[in-house]
Design a protein. Structure first.
Length: 194
């Protein structure tokens, strides 16, 4: 199997943990895995992109343009910024909650997100837009956004792992005091009614 997953967001959203959970699931399933992260200038608020490549040992850890099977966007503008790496028949799960870039916050021009959603929909074969922050908050903490989005992706069959596989990986890779919160958030994502 060969499957490429790109995760895009901003620092502090849990993108790196999401990529590690996907990688751990692939390793447990017996697949060869490569990962890479690009972290922006600021840990909190800077652009973060994680590449997770499942499959052939001879692959670069960086997903080429037009090759990703799945894009998980933790923030709409960051998802749109990375969409060029998605295949024509690639799929997306995108958190709809906007984190305004500093330049937009300082500007007097309004920041419109609808064109961003349209761009994502136009450039993917299927996009699930979800207010992941609300679902994470409902589960107990907005910091569980990452496991909510993984739950949505698993339920849509966008990830090559079962619900039980991912729950097991969460139990094995998340700090014990946060396991139940993350499992609850993951299951909230799984049951999300799109």
């Amino acid at each position: 199997m060969k499957y490429d997953i790109l995760i895009a967001g901003v620092g502090g959203q849990g993108t790196v943990l999401a990529s590690r959970l996907i990688a751990a699931s692939a390793i447990k399933a017996g697949y060869f895995i490569r990962t890479s992260e690009t972290i922006g200038m600021a840990q909190r608020g800077g652009c973060v992109v994680s590449h997770v490549r499942i499959g052939d040992e001879n692959l670069s850890p960086i997903i080429p343009y037009g090759a990703a099977d799945l894009l998980i966007g933790f923030e709409p503008a960051e998802a749109a910024r990375c969409i060029s790496r998605l295949k024509k028949d690639g799929k997306c799960v995108v958190n709809t909650r906007v984190i305004k870039p500093v330049t937009a916050s300082l500007s007097t021009v309004s920041y419109k997100v609808e064109p961003i959603y349209e761009f994502i929909n136009k450039n993917s074969s299927q996009a699930i837009m979800v207010d992941g922050y609300s679902l994470a908050k409902e589960s107990g903490s907005v910091k569980a956004l990452n496991t909510v989005l993984l739950g949505v992706a698993v339920a849509a069959n966008f990830l090559p792992f079962s619900k039980n596989d991912m729950e097991s990986i969460i139990s094995e890779n998340v700090s014990p005091k946060y396991v139940e919160l993350n499992k609850k958030a993951f299951n909230t994502g799984v049951t999300y009614n799109r």
